[in-house]
Design a protein around this ligand. Structure first.
Ligand code: FAD
Length: 375
């Protein structure tokens, strides 16, 4: 990813605050980064991607996360879509869709529903077979990037072979369906006034009798495989994004504490403020080490990557939420209005404790791992 850090730095410049205020990212910027393969940089070169390692893409994700969490959220969605296609698509599906994601088209991934948040076993969106076609019905909520997306990867209950499932479509399997966003029967409605990542294009989706070719269903099936695949990528990406938030907060807090004087000396020389700076440094270093460890396991395709990724996401999101609050405290009134970088970080970081497995769900997964492995 040589040159990508400087390139995206130049493209974003000082516009992140304005994008946050307007709730919009420029579509031509997203398509430009997409065409360069930078929104899903781990896709192999054979599909038009950059073939970046998890670590290199992680550092790039942190860089973007420090500039603009809305843009980083789009990268997370695009990467999650690409990883789902890579892992769950057959050869034809990979060849059909991945070059589109490295060629400027944008994708989003929908698993959450009004009745299925933390508990994805409650997914009710359903796909059924109809001759050579499939038909999709249901709803998704809070899908990041869906407002900008050309393709939606939608998790649905598989009613294709279940004659007796009835209207509820109650079958065990869940499948991922690739839905062109402009298909007849798709409604995309923006989430109004999100607390943070305001330009990330979160949207609620409705599917009313959406008819697609049967090749739109990815070949991998089963809730736990789908969820582990898509969510694990989302978690490592969010975790690195939070490292970026922490780095931006650390830089802002140090710069302010070195230059702002009260009681005749810089804030950094008041020990309680210095303590805040130390806490921020520890939070950033902790999160970065947890992400580096998880990325190392991704590179080796180690089975331990799943737990290491949950741990990295949990540590990074919690540290970012606390770290951003600390940075606002150090800047005080200089960071207390919506347009400042630390105020934006404060709002953005809070949401990172909710998505891709909330704090509570991560803790439950880590406790399960401890009970199973620690003697
Ligand atoms: P609930 O599941 O109702 O949980 C409410 C609270 O209860 C939480 O604190 C939760 O941790 C806790 N809780 C729930 N169950 C348990 C339990 N068993 N034990 C202990 N505590 C529990 N979804 C998508 O599909 N695609 C996206 O791209 C996407 N992007 C998002 C972006 C943002 C900014 C946000 C805020 C959400 C996004 N979501 C997305 C939705 C997200 O995945 C859900 O919000 C998340 O899974 C939590 O579900 P919920 O909001 O319904 O909360």
């Amino acid at each position: 990813l040589a040159g990508a850090h400087a390139l995206v730095g130049d493209l974003v410049g000082d516009q992140a605050g304005a994008w946050d205020a307007s709730g919009r990212l420029p579509l031509d910027l997203l398509r430009d980064l997409g065409t360069r393969g930078l929104l899903c940089a781990e896709v192999p070169a054979s599909y038009g991607g950059r073939g970046a390692s998890s670590r290199d893409n992680g550092e790039f994700t942190a860089h973007v996360g420090g500039l603009c969490s809305s843009l980083r959220s789009i990268m997370t969605s695009q990467g999650m879509a690409a990883w789902t296609l890579q892992r769950l698509g057959d050869g034809d599906q990979r060849s059909a869709y991945l070059p589109r994601l490295t060629g400027g088209e944008l994708a989003a991934v929908g698993f959450s529903e009004p009745g299925a948040g933390s508990d994805l076993s409650a997914i009710a969106t359903r796909v059924r077979g109809d001759g050579e076609s499939i038909v999709l019905d249901g709803e998704k909520v809070w899908v990041t990037g869906a407002y900008y997306a050309d393709l939606l990867i939608v998790f649905a209950r598989d009613g294709r072979n279940t004659e007796d499932a009835g209207a509820s479509g109650a079958t065990d399997d869940v499948v991922a369906v690739v839905v062109p966003a402009k298909s007849a029967g798709v409604t995309i409605e923006r989430v109004a006034e999100p607390l943070g990542c305001r330009a990330a294009g979160h949207a609620n989706l409705r599917f009313d009798g959406v008819r697609l070719p049967s090749s739109a269903v990815l070949s991998g099936t089963g809730l736990s495989l789908l969820v582990t695949t898509a969510l694990s990528y989302g978690r490592i990406s969010v975790a690195w994004g939070c490292v970026g938030i922490l780095r931006a907060c650390l830089r802002a807090a140090v710069a302010h504490a070195k230059t702002r004087e009260q009681f005749g000396k810089p804030l950094a020389q008041h020990q309680l403020v210095a303590g805040h700076l130390a806490d921020l440094l520890v939070a950033e270093q902790n999160a970065a080490r947890a992400c580096e460890h998880a990325s190392e396991l991704w590179q080796r395709r180690s089975p331990e990557l799943v737990t290491a990724t949950v741990l990295a996401k949990h540590v990074s999101a919690g540290n970012a939420a606390r770290g951003a609050a600390t940075a606002v405290q150090v800047l005080a009134s200089a960071g207390a209005s919506d347009g400042t970088a630390v105020a934006r970080a404060y709002r953005d970081a809070k949401l990172m404790e909710i998505i891709e497995g909330s704090n509570e769900i991560c803790r439950l997964l880590l406790a399960e791992h401890a009970v199973a492995t620690v003697s």
